[in-house]
Design a binder for this molecule. Structure first.
Ligand code: URA
Length: 212
């Protein structure tokens, strides 16, 4: 895992291999979705590294020992609609007891600012590690707005998980939420004039749901 505190790039060979297959424009929807499920499991593994541990006495067939176990800290995954949903399945395979929230934002065409149209969050966010998920950190405007919503709802320990990040999005998040670490599989070169990440993988929502 490479990175500084605010940005962690998961450079594991399996993650990088799957990401390359996802970038390929000829990868069909069903394969894209399956790869996303697998890669999100691997990303969930990295982003939950910070979960606190305790020990519990266990009797193995040979002896007794104090064995490490999660200390029971509660977790919330929050999907930023709609593409965030693609990251949820794999993450829930790994952490099935996590609570799940959803935030929906659209961009006002006049002000170009994100506007909330849906928000349903788990209770007691102040006591949970809250992981906001969105595959593409592009301009960072909607991600920063979603994280602000989470903070307004009480979340104190937030991580942002994405598949691809653009330097512009990372900078925007760092400016708005320097306390929120970002975990991603790759930091790409730039945004194009339409706000797509380059080289990227195209529109993540369209590719995972087969829309255009
Ligand atoms: N959202 C996407 O789905 N793709 C991009 O490249 C940027 C934002």
């Amino acid at each position: 895992m490479a990175g500084r505190d605010h940005l962690t790039i998961v450079d594991h060979p399996l993650v990088q291999h799957k990401l390359t297959l996802m970038r390929d424009k000829d990868t069909p929807t069903a394969v894209f979705r399956q790869l996303l499920r697998e890669i999100s499991m691997l990303l969930a593994y990295e982003v939950t590294r910070v979960l606190p541990m305790t020990t519990k006495p266990v009797e193995t067939p040979l002896t007794e020992m104090d064995a490490p176990i999660l200390s029971g800290r509660k977790l919330a995954l929050v999907s930023i609609l709609r593409a965030g949903n693609g990251l949820l399945d794999g993450m829930l395979d790994l952490i099935p007891s996590a609570r799940v929230g959803f935030v929906g934002l659209y961009r006002d065409e006049e002000t170009l600012q994100p506007v909330q149209y849906y928000c349903k969050l788990p209770e007691a966010l102040d006591r949970r590690l809250t992981i906001a998920v969105d595959p593409m950190l592009a301009t960072g405007n909607s991600s920063a707005a979603a994280v602000s919503l989470l903070k307004e709802a009480g979340a104190k320990d937030i991580r942002f998980l994405c598949l691809l990040a653009a330097p512009e999005g990372v900078a925007r998040m760092k400016e708005a939420h320097p306390d929120v670490p970002i975990v991603t599989a790759a930091l790409d070169d730039r945004l194009n004039e339409k706000g797509y990440i380059v080289p990227g993988l195209g529109d993540a929502g369209d590719r995972m749901f087969g829309t255009k």
